[in-house]
Design a protein around this ligand. Structure first.
Ligand code: NAI
Length: 504
C-alpha cells in the first residue's frame, strides 16, 4: 500500500519554470497543491502562467474549460513556508544551490509532520549530500522532472544513500499514477539522462572540431538519418551553452576527470565569448534577423547506377536493398560469410562504418575506392545519409556512391574521413554510457532506454538501438575509435564486453 492517495496534499516550493509545471501535474491528478515561492508574487505568477497555458489547450479543444478551471483552483498559493505544514509530500524546485536547499529542508523538517516525504527536483546536486544535513534523510528522495514538466514523461526517482527504499517505491508509483514514466536511479553524477546524454553533444563537438563536417551538416545528419528531433548544435543553442557547458563540467569533475566526459574547447570558446545560443542571439548559429540560415552540405545529383553487387551480409543496412531495387537498380548478390558486407557500385566499394578511418580500412581491405556510410535509425525512412570516402578514393568512385544513395531517395552529405562518422559513433557512445551506468548499479538496462526516450525525446533507446545493430558491432566501433584516437574516452564498458562475450 502506497503512503499516497488522491487525498494527499502536495506542496511545491519554487514556482519558477519547473515548480509551476510540477504543481500543474499534481493538480491535474486531483491533488490539493500548495505552492510557495520566496519571491513575492511568484507563486501567483506561476499559477497565472499555468492558467494561460491551460486556456490554450481549452481553445484547441484539448481540455474543457471546467476541467482547466478546476485544475487551477486546486493550486493554492501560500505566502509563508509555515503554511506547507499539512503537506504529505513536498517537492522542491528552487535555486540549484546545496546550501540553500539544505537550509529550506531544515525548515521543512520542523514545519511538516515526521512522515512527510521531501522530494528534490535537483538535476545536478547529490541527493545524498542534500540529505546529509537533515534529521530524517530517509525521507528525502530525488524526483527529477524534465522541462516542460507537464509534457515530458520521464521522472527519475533518485535514491540517496539514506533514502528509504519504500519511499522511493511510493514516489515511483505516484509518478506513474500522475501519468509519468518513472525510473529508479541511484544518486550519482548526472543521474541517468544527464550522464548518458553527454556523448550526444560531445561527439558532435568533436567531429566539428576536427573539421569533418560543419554544424548544419552534423545537425541534419543526426535529425534526418539518426531520427533525433534536433541535432546537437541546435539543441545546445536552445539549452544555452552556459547551462550545457556547466552540466558537462560538473559531470566531468564529479567523475574525477574521467576523459569520457571531457568538456569541449569549442563550446568553452562560445561561453567565454558570451555566445550562449538562442537566448543571447548567437551560439553555433546566428539568430539575428538578417542572418543567413546555415544549410547542410548536400552533394550534387549524380547518375544512378544500373546495377550493383552486394557481397556478404549488410546487417542493419540490408534495409537499403529494397530501396535500391525499387529504384530499378539490378542487384547481384554474392554469398560470402568470410567478409564484412559490402556494396560494389562502379569503381566504389561501400561499407557501413565500423569506427575505423575509411582510409585505414581501404588499405586493410585493399579497396582504395572504399566509401564508408553512416548508421541510420531506419534506412527506409532516413532522408539523408553521410558518406566518408577514403583519402585514396577516386572522384568517379565517390560519384558512383553518391548516385546510388540518391537513387534510393537520400540526400547525400560527404563528410571528411572521421572514425565512426556522425550517427554511428554518437549512438555507440550513448549506449556505452548507458551500459556503464547499468554496470555501476545506477539503474537497469530498461531504465536507460525509458529515460532517454521519455526525458530527452530520443527516437529509440540507445541500448535497444545497439542491440538491433549488434552488440559486437558496437564493441568493434568503440575498439576502433580507441585505436584511432588512443584515448580512454572510447573504452568500452565492461558490461558491453561481458554481454558480447556471453554471445549477446
Ligand atoms: P527557476 O529560476 O525558474 O525557478 C526557481 C524559483 O525558486 C524562483 O521562482 C525563485 O524565486 C524560487 N526560490 C529560490 N530560492 C527559494 C527559496 N529559498 N525558497 C523558496 N523559493 C525559492 O528555476 P527552475 O528552472 O524552475 O529550476 C528549479 C530547480 O529544478 C533547480 O534545482 C533545477 O536544477 C531543477 N531543474 C530544472 C530544469 C530546467 O530545465 N529548468 C529541469 C530539471 C530540474
Amino acid at each position: 500500500m502506497s503512503r499516497f492517495s488522491t487525498d494527499s496534499v502536495i506542496a511545491v516550493i519554487g514556482a519558477g519554470t519547473m515548480g509551476a509545471g510540477i504543481a500543474q501535474v499534481a493538480a491535474k491528478a486531483g491533488h490539493q497543491v500548495l505552492l510557495f515561492d520566496a519571491a513575492e508574487g511568484a507563486a501567483q505568477r506561476g499559477i497565472d502562467n499555468t492558467a494561460k497555458g491551460l486556456n490554450k489547450l481549452v481553445e484547441r479543444g484539448r481540455m474543457t474549460k471546467d476541467d482547466a478551471d478546476a485544475l487551477v483552483a486546486r493550486i493554492l498559493p501560500v505566502s509563508v513556508i509555515n503554511d506547507l505544514a499539512p503537506a504529505n509530500l513536498v517537492i522542491e524546485a528552487i535555486v540549484e544551490r546545496l546550501d540553500i536547499k539544505q537550509q529550506v529542508f531544515g525548515q521543512l523538517e520542523d514545519i511538516c509532520a515526521e512522515s512527510t516525504v521531501i522530494a528534490t527536483n535537483t538535476s545536478s546536486i547529490s541527493v545524498t549530500a542534500i540529505g546529509s544535513s537533515m534529521k530524517r534523510p530517509q525521507n528525502l528522495v530525488g524526483m527529477h522532472f524534465f522541462n516542460p514538466a507537464p509534457i515530458m514523461k520521464l521522472v527519475e526517482v533518485i535514491s540517496g544513500l539514506d533514502t528509504d527504499p519504500q519511499i522511493a517505491a511510493d514516489i515511483y508509483d505516484l509518478s506513474a499514477i500522475w501519468g509519468k514514466l518513472p525510473v529508479h536511479a541511484k544518486s550519482t553524477p548526472g543521474f541517468i539522462v544527464n550522464r548518458v546524454a553527454r556523448p550526444f553533444y560531445a561527439e558532435g563537438l568533436r567531429i566539428n572540431q576536427e573539421g569533418a563536417a560543419d554544424i548544419a551538416t552534423i545537425d541534419a545528419l543526426l535529425r534526418e538519418c539518426g531520427g533525433f528531433r534536433m541535432g546537437p548544435f541546435e539543441l545546445m543553442d536552445l539549452i544555452g551553452h552556459d547551462v550545457n557547458y556547466a552540466v558537462t563540467c560538473s559531470v566531468f569533475e564529479a567523475f574525477y576527470n574521467d576523459p569520457r566526459f571531457l568538456p569541449s574547447l569549442i563550446q568553452k570558446e562560445l561561453v567565454d565569448a558570451g555566445h550562449f545560443g538562442r537566448k543571447s542571439g548567437k551560439g553555433f548559429y546566428d539568430y539575428s534577423e538578417d542572418a543567413v540560415k546555415a544549410t547542410p552540405a548536400t552533394a550534387d545529383a549524380q547518375s544512378a547506377p544500373s546495377s550493383i553487387t552486394i557481397e556478404g551480409d549488410l546487417g542493419v543496412a540490408e534495409a537499403l536493398v529494397p530501396l535500391f531495387e525499387q529504384a530499378g537498380v539490378k542487384i547481384n548478390r554474392v554469398e560470402n560469410d568470410e567478409v564484412e558486407g559490402m556494396i560494389m557500385v562502379g569503381d566504389a566499394t561501400l561499407m557501413l562504418t565500423n569506427g575505423q578511418f575509411t582510409t585505414q580500412r581501404a588499405g586493410e581491405t585493399m579497396r582504395p575506392n572504399l566509401v564508408n556510410f553512416d548508421l541510420a535509425l531506419d534506412y527506409t525512412t532516413a532522408s539523408r545519409i553521410a558518406l566518408a570516402p577514403a583519402d585514396q578514393a577516386s572522384e568517379d568512385a565517390i560519384n558512383a556512391a553518391i548516385g546510388l544513395f540518391q537513387a534510393a531517395g537520400k540526400a547525400v552529405s560527404i563528410i571528411d574521413d572521421v572514425p565512426g562518422m556522425a550517427v554511428m559513433r554518437t549512438v555507440c557512445m550513448l549506449a556505452n554510457e548507458g551500459f556503464d551506468a547499468v554496470n555501476q548499479q545506477v539503474c537497469d538496462d530498461a531504465a536507460v532506454d525509458i529515460a532517454m526516450k521519455g526525458g530527452v525525446n530520443y527516437p529509440c533507446g540507445p541500448i535497444e538501438w545497439v542491440t538491433t545493430l549488434g552488440l559486437s558491432y558496437a564493441l568493434d566501433v568503440l575498439d576502433n575509435l580507441i585505436d584511432a584516437y588512443g584515448e580512454d574516452r572510447y573504452r568500452a564498458s565492461p558490461l558491453l564486453l561481458r554481454k558480447v562475450a556471453g554471445g549477446a
